[in-house]
Design a protein around this ligand. Sequence first.
Ligand SMILES: Cc1cc2nc3c(=O)[nH]c(=O)nc-3n(C[C@H](O)[C@H](O)[C@H](O)COP(=O)(O)OP(=O)(O)OC[C@H]3O[C@@H](n4cnc5c(N)ncnc54)[C@H](O)[C@@H]3O)c2cc1C
Length: 471
Amino acid sequence: MTRPRAVIVGAGLGGCMLAHALLATHEVTLVERGESVEDPRFPLRDVGLPAVTEPHTGAGLGGSTQLWHNGLIEIDPDVFEAHWPWPKTVLDPYYEQAFPLLSGLPLSKVRAAIEDLRCRYRALGMPEARLPGLYYPRWPRNLWTSLELAGRVAVVRGDVNGFELDEGGRVTAVTLAGAAGRVAADVVVLAAGGLGTPVLLQKLARHHPLPALDHAGCHYEDHPMGFVGEVQVAVPLYRLWNYQVPGTDGNLRLPLVVVRKGMHISFQLRPAATYYRASRRERVGSVLNLLRRNPWNPLNYVKLLSHWDDVLDILSFKFGIRLPTRHYTLVMCAQTPAQPELAVWSEVDAATGQEVRIRNWVISDAFRAELRASIDDVFAAMGPVITSSRVFPNWFEQLYTGAHHSGTARLSANAQTGVCDGDGLVHGLANLYVCDGSAIPASGIANTGLTIAALALRLADHLGARAARST
Ligand SMILES: Cc1cc2nc3c(=O)[nH]c(=O)nc-3n(C[C@H](O)[C@H](O)[C@H](O)COP(=O)(O)OP(=O)(O)OC[C@H]3O[C@@H](n4cnc5c(N)ncnc54)[C@H](O)[C@@H]3O)c2cc1C
């Protein structure tokens, strides 16, 4: 019996995970346009807040997982209640399946370690606040290679730029830019990322307008992250801030979460070489990203010598050496209200003739004030264990993108509030699905990778059942 042909647009996190799971029931073709992680043919321009982390989206086999740090965290159940079309319990079985595929470990083991570490934090007098667990496997995984997809799925190199539909609202093929042609499909899944999928949906809307497609590129979310202040503590936190989970080579961190106006804002404590910073005029920040991307460039090691906090981080993370210190910087990672207006679209650059994706990421003055107040909240919550605290005067300018592009084709109860239904099917179409960061309606303070993987596994089950029904 012939199996249905699934065409997945984009070989990033969502695309690779879905391809892996869908092989059981479908013929799978991945269409990927990038030749390298920073492919200059597909530029991206930030017109809102400056991005600071560059690049903040990847291309090629593995997509942005060629850049990511592989930090794994579940979204808080309250965030599901407030913003998702279904509760977290729906995704829980898929979180459990996704976690080992991204880390090699069962989620139950890390959940137990999170409980244990919470007790240790509280024994030190840390507040009874929310303390979610963020687990970092020692070596980040590029999903294309870690899932060993080469030779198992068909790959078409091409830039998808349109769709062919029949009269019943079924997508029959995707079309490729240039002379590359078309790829026929029984089911099409967009996994082009939070900044790629909305652009494709906007192109579809030009020929096939639908109420749901008006939301493509709206409701954008990302996490502003950055070094916002410092504290001196009276307790030996240095043993716990980057906790090696027994029996694994990965590390667990427990950010401290405060909630303001329904928004979650987290703070991680990172050992600080304060004496050095004072002499460098408030210089904070990190060169770890640069170092990860270009480990062979000697200049990055020279830069490292002017970022002693990074040296403490490397000693702890890679070598398990935890130097006693009472000084910590606070790394903020904040949920922001979804931007209702259009935030992601594409334009043709008149000078080069190239299509450019545009991201307009904005933080309102009112929300900036909430972020500032949340720093005082966290100081107050930590009151019993801190002996001094200070907000960096330039804290807002230090914020950088978390690169967790989401919301731009969000799951929603109906076409009036978002692009896709609860399964990821575009409202109003028969066989066009979304499976990447853009489907996430809200993430709280959680990095989105684990959730994208869980959504992909859930979609694979859905498509498998759908295929079984139609045979
Ligand atoms: C420096 C950095 C660190 C990060 N650290 C973490 C972390 O610790 N934890 C975490 O959870 N997340 C992290 N992330 C974010 C994480 O990498 C992304 O959320 C995730 O990879 C997004 O997956 P995706 O499937 O939505 O898109 P992507 O992985 O970006 O994949 C999209 C793919 O689609 C392709 N594509 C786009 N348009 C087209 C088209 N028209 N035709 C064909 N192909 C197309 C792209 O080339 C790309 O390969 C980090 C990101 C960065 C940049």
